[in-house]
Every structure is written in structure tokens, then in C-alpha cells.
Design a binder for this molecule. Structure first.
Ligand SMILES: Cc1cc2nc3c(=O)[nH]c(=O)nc-3n(C[C@H](O)[C@H](O)[C@H](O)COP(=O)(O)O)c2cc1C
Length: 217
């Protein structure tokens, strides 16, 4: 591991492509997010909607993983998953989560902290039915985060549900599958700058008014 460690130590990138000023940002953080997401899509960033979601267990143990943002508006940021997964169990016990986007090509990071709400079953079902049929069957076949003997377990489960649903035009949404909405209490926009003097602007919700503060890099 010595070689790769000396390589890692020598990796250095100066961030210099843009800056972030208080007078240029939108007063509404959702509008600012919309602008940055547009720019990420236009820049053809691979999976711009992929975000790290961090949850914390009842015992205070954090864990993180990537999920896909499937929508956002002034009510929050939505992703879909298995309610019985590791993250689902965490969120059943601890109502706070954090989202993080990193777009290296734009030298940008966005951090969203907030509380979690399961979204309405009908909205989850509508989204479930918009997915490819194979993904819908996959949601039935995967007992997400459970330890399994081998890959055959899920492949057999996939075949089992494919057979079970073969005469059904509409596959029912599993009870254990659906969306979460992260309702933000703060949203931080980070723009890389030279000499590690990065720009950081944080919006905090204080009595339903968004306050903007600059944070030290
Ligand atoms: C690019 C990418 C997108 C992903 N999108 C999702 C997603 O939208 N929902 C999901 O449940 N898992 C998604 N995953 C898988 C998760 O990272 C994770 O492995 C899974 O949700 C189980 O996490 P948990 O055991 O911490 O609950 C994605 C992984 C990657 C790399």
C-alpha cells in the first residue's frame, strides 16, 4: 500500500474555475439548487443526481451511501429505497439525515441537512410504476441490506417474482419500498477556490426565513 499512499499524498488540485458571492446567489436556496443542478446537467456530469445520504442509528452510529435524487421542490428532496434497509432502519429511529452532492468537474459541493418524512404511498406507487418492469421486480426480489448466502438467492427471487407477476399488467408496489423526503433546515453551497480559500455560503431556515451566512473554508 506504500506506493498508492505516496501517490495519494502527492495528489493536489487547485480549484479556480468559479467563485460564489453573496450578491450573486438567489435568496431562495431551492432556486439556487435548481440553478446549480441545471449547470451540472448541462456540464454533462456523470450522474449529477447521485448524492450521498448519511443516516444515524438510534445508538448514534452514522452510515453513508449513494442514492439518486428523484425530485425536489420547496418541500424537500426526494429519493426512493427499501424501508427495511440499513438506512430505512436508521431513519425509522432517527429523523435526521444529511445529503451531499460532489461535482468535481464544477469544483462544487452541496450539503443539505434536514429531517426525514416518508412520502405519500400514492406518490411512491406512481414513481414505482414509472420504473422499468425489471426494476419493479428487482424491488420485490431484494431484501435490501440483508446478508445472503450467495448471488443465486437474489437471482432465484427475481425469477420467482417474474413468474408470480407474469399475468399482471401492473405490478403492485411492495409495502417495504417507497420514498423519503428530506426537509432541509440548512443548505450549504461550496465552490472550490485557489489556495484552499473556498467559498461557502450556508442557508439556514430560521422561523421560515432563509438566512445566508458565509462560512470559513
Ligand atoms: C450511483 C448509485 C445510485 C444508487 N441509487 C440508489 C437509490 O436511488 N436507492 C437505493 O436504495 N439505493 C441506491 N444505490 C445503492 C445504495 O448505495 C446502497 O448500496 C443501498 O441502498 C443499500 O444501502 P444501505 O444498506 O445503507 O441501506 C445506488 C448506488 C449507486 C452507486
Amino acid at each position: 500500500m506504500e506506493a498508492i499512499n505516496s501517490k495519494i499524498v502527492s495528489l493536489r488540485k487547485e480549484y479556480s474555475s468559479a467563485f460564489l458571492n453573496e450578491e450573486d446567489v438567489n435568496l431562495n436556496p431551492f432556486k439556487q439548487f435548481e440553478l446549480w443542478m441545471h449547470q451540472a446537467v448541462e456540464a454533462q456530469i456523470l450522474e449529477p443526481h447521485a448524492m450521498t445520504v448519511s443516516t444515524v442509528s438510534a445508538e448514534g452510529k452514522p452510515s453513508s451511501r449513494i442514492v439518486l435524487l428523484r425530485g425536489f421542490d420547496e418541500n424537500g428532496f426526494v429519493f426512493y429505497t427499501n424501508y427495511s434497509s440499513h438506512k430505512g432502519n436508521d431513519m425509522a429511529q432517527n429523523k435526521y439525515a444529511c445529503l451531499n452532492f460532489f461535482w468535481p468537474d464544477l469544483e462544487r459541493q452541496i450539503r443539505i441537512e434536514g429531517s426525514i418524512l416518508k412520502i405519500n404511498q400514492q406518490i411512491s406507487a406512481d414513481y414505482f410504476h414509472s420504473r422499468p418492469r425489471e426494476s419493479q421486480i428487482g424491488a420485490w426480489a431484494s431484501n435490501q441490506s440483508a446478508v445472503i448466502e450467495n448471488r443465486k438467492v437474489v437471482e432465484d427471487a427475481f425469477l420467482h417474482y417474474s413468474e408470480q407477476f407474469k399475468h399482471l399488467e401492473v405490478i403492485p408496489k411492495p409495502e417495504h419500498w417507497g420514498g423519503y423526503n428530506i426537509i432541509p433546515t440548512s443548505i450549504e453551497f461550496w465552490q472550490g477556490r485557489p489556495s484552499r480559500l473556498h467559498d461557502r455560503l450556508r442557508y439556514s431556515n430560521v422561523n421560515d426565513v432563509w438566512k445566508i451566512e458565509r462560512l470559513s473554508p
